[in-house]
Ligand binder design. Sequence first.
Ligand SMILES: [Zn+2]
Length: 317
Amino acid sequence: MNKKKNIVLRPPIKTKYVYEKLRCCKNCHNYTALREEKCTTCGKPALTSVQELAHKAAKRSLSSDLLLVLLLTLIAVVFSPTFQLIAISAASGIAMITLLLVVQRKALASRTSIELSKMFVRDRERITSGLVRNLEIAAAQENEARSYELMREVAVLIRNDHIRKVQILLLQSLVLRKDMDLELEPLLLADFDPELAAYIGELAKIKRELIKDRTFQYVIKYEQKIAAMEHGDDILAGVAGAAVRMKRYVLAYASFLARYARKLPKDRFLRLYRIVTENPDLNWGALKAEAARIYEEKYQWDADFQQIKPRSDIHDV
Ligand SMILES: [Zn+2]
């Protein structure tokens, strides 16, 4: 990865449920998670959303229940020996059908989800091979940003470290910007990966709100390996800077912060110092002494630090 490309990344297509991304070809029964107009296998414009197919299947199975009741009513009427019994059979048949119609109207939604899960079980292999084909299409794109976008659509449905690694490599080949719709937690790997560490380091600069518990835990787990990277210390300091966003993070990762507090830029250290000083009763461990030491050495004459006082001194509660 020598030269990074400056390319616009489009936001992902959001759906309420991940399966809503899936479409099935009515002609050849192949599945896809991409937004193509025509089926890439048979070339026909026959792609239909899985919900629509399930909805139709649900309607079909409900109407066959209705037909059965109708048939039973007819049989009852035909074989009734007296006029009175015919009337009773017909009336109860009509009552049954009306009741069934009312119940069915309410049952359609749950029947649709049953059909949907049946479809996923039955077509599991077809869906998998469709997604593998989608990944091949994504990988064959000449533009890394398009390739990443397509892969992101598929990665919502199949999560594995191989796809994550390819996504991270693609992202690392682009110039990342604050306004891009980036993600981090879905890309976290189980093992150490220097490209992922570098990506975390970049996010710490442009989108630190994406750095949350799972990322802190990943970074702390592989702290030594990150420290051994070329700009590893910058990555670790950047992540420490992201942790001072919330008191909860500072408390949970206090010993990690104690190791990197010295490398924090002034605005980040000011925030850290304020959190620790204003909450003197919390268990900060080594961080408390380290923050005090850095304050003494670098900031004790700094006007921005003068307002910070322990909270219990201000409000005696
Ligand atoms: Zn097709």
